[in-house]
Write a protein that binds this ligand. Structure first.
Ligand code: TGC
Ligand code: FAD
Length: 390
């Protein structure tokens, strides 16, 4: 696989500024040079390729929209989305690492933290010197995080934290964790827990068939003494972690387009080269139908997501609009990965091509940051005014 093609069927580049294109092309070039050659091996070995952390920081993937004064790239929402798109062309697991660092660790510190917390953590997170993770999901509370059992108690000069989080991206190597826990009144707050604090451990979750190049694990808190200055004071309640999810889900909507583009590019090229019954398989109507539907769906997703980016730049995007894009685009990418894999026949199941890896990765992407069902229910609630969650 030499070069990425860039499907742009509706000339959407015309809607981008020179800065957007510059940022996207730099990310694309870096992914081609640094991620594509090593990612299959990392996924086969189920190892997060730590050597790419510096490169992710250099292309602005850690805090693309965080102000420059805190070490972020100070870019707009469309540039942020384009960076996620290019990274996920390479691998959803690598995009996960960037999503978590930016939207789930830097974002809450920036939005809900004190000035001291911003100065202490954000520049190091932006440069990749420090890596973070986000602990919301628990063994008994996935789609329903409001039921969380992790709790902290005010001990006068510190907080005492107890509980457990499960399915946490980056946890096995993260230096800090933004952890959501209830106080004695049952109110949810964010706490910054640092590796090395007594009673805090991060066992890795093994045997995943999905997101194998991303490290996933638990966060276990056994009477962890958390300094009082590590509480994020700016926002409490379930709306605080859900606000971070809005930012990450938006990035995923763009990222999924990248995975879909890579599957489409690969399948199109293969179909034009592979000859059966004396013709390239691209000459058969059944294969053309698959490819034509793929580019149609990619184009629709590009338009939806670009418009969402404009609304976010204007601070007008709603959480429900973000849910619609995340849900639509991830399903679109997963369907394209499944169809593209068939176009490659037996070759499609091998690691010589990226499609099967994308397909397996997208099974996590369609589950995390709110499952496919939950996002549908969010749209349902938005249009009817009736919550059907419980
Ligand atoms: P509900 O009563 O609806 O809301 C509670 C409070 O939150 C507010 N709110 C939001 N605020 C900001 N952004 C949003 N998207 C918000 N959605 C709701 C809401 O206004 C309310 O505020 P207030 O002031 O009235 O208290 O809450 P609920 O308990 O009924 O739950 C609603 C539901 C199911 C939609 C929500 O809990 C949900 O989204 N569940 C899915 C859980 C989820 O997405 N978990 C993700 C974990 S992190 C992760 O997966 C990272 S993967 C990272 C990677 O590797 O890329
Ligand atoms: P459940 O909530 O148990 O859902 C099971 C099924 O029931 C789903 O199909 C769901 O749609 C359905 N369901 C649930 N409630 C309803 C309802 N009301 N109506 C209809 N159907 C319903 N979490 C973090 O906090 N931080 C992370 O960094 C993180 N990284 C992750 C990385 C990976 C690789 C994975 C797979 C997950 C990660 N998660 C993370 C967890 C993720 O957010 C949860 O898996 C997700 O929110 C779903 O929770 P659950 O797995 O407990 O499923």
């Amino acid at each position: 696989q030499d070069l990425f093609q860039a499907p742009d069927y509706y000339l959407l580049d015309d809607l981008l500024t020179d800065e957007h294109k510059l940022v996207r092309d730099a990310a694309r070039e870096w992914v081609k040079r640094e991620v594509s050659p090593i990612i299959e091996d990392a996924a086969q070995k189920a190892e997060f390729p730590k050597q790419i952390i510096n490169g992710l920081a250099e292309i602005g993937a850690f805090g693309p929209y965080i102000p420059v004064e805190y070490g972020g790239a100070g870019l707009d929402q469309i540039s942020y989305g384009l960076i996620m798109q290019e990274i996920e062309r390479g691998d959803s697991g690598v995009r996960s690492t960037a999503s978590v660092q930016s939207s789930l660790v830097m974002y809450p510190i920036w939005k809900y933290g004190t000035e001291e917390q911003r100065q202490k953590y954000l520049p190091k997170l932006a440069s990749g010197e420090m890596m973070g993770c986000f602990g919301l999901t628990e063994p008994n509370h996935g789609s329903n995080p409001g039921g969380m059992e992790t709790k902290y108690k005010d001990m006068g000069d510190h907080y005492l934290l107890n509980g457990a989080k499960l399915w946490i991206s980056n946890s096995p190597f993260a230096d800090i964790a933004v952890v959501w826990a209830k106080n004695e009144e049952g109110r949810i707050h964010g706490l910054i827990v640092e590796r090395g604090m007594e009673g805090f451990s991060t066992p890795e979750t093994h045997h995943k068939w999905s997101l194998r190049a991303s490290a996933t694990g638990e966060l276990i808190f056994e009477n962890v003494k958390v300094p009082k200055e590590n509480l994020l004071p700016g926002k409490s309640g379930l709306g605080a972690p859900l606000g971070c999810l809005d930012s990450a889900r938006y990035g995923i909507a763009w990222g999924a387009i990248g995975a879909a583009m890579d599957c489409y590019d690969t399948a199109l090229r293969y179909a034009k080269e592979r000859v059966q019954f004396g013709k390239p398989i691209a000459a058969f109507q059944l294969q053309q139908k698959k490819l034509a539907e793929m580019i149609t769906e990619i184009t629709k997703a590009q338009l939806l997501t670009w418009r969402l980016g404009v609304l976010r730049n204007e601070d007008r995007a709603t959480s429900a609009q973000i849910s619609m894009a995340k849900r639509n685009n991830v399903e679109m990418a997963l369907n394209i990965a499944r169809e593209a894999r068939q176009i490659l026949g037996a070759m499609g199941i091998t690691g010589d091509y990226s499609i099967m890896r994308h397909m397996m990765n997208l099974e996590s992407v369609i589950t995390y940051e709110g499952t496919h069902d939950i996002h549908l229910l969010i749209t349902g609630m938005d249009i009817t005014g009736i919550a059907a969650f419980s």
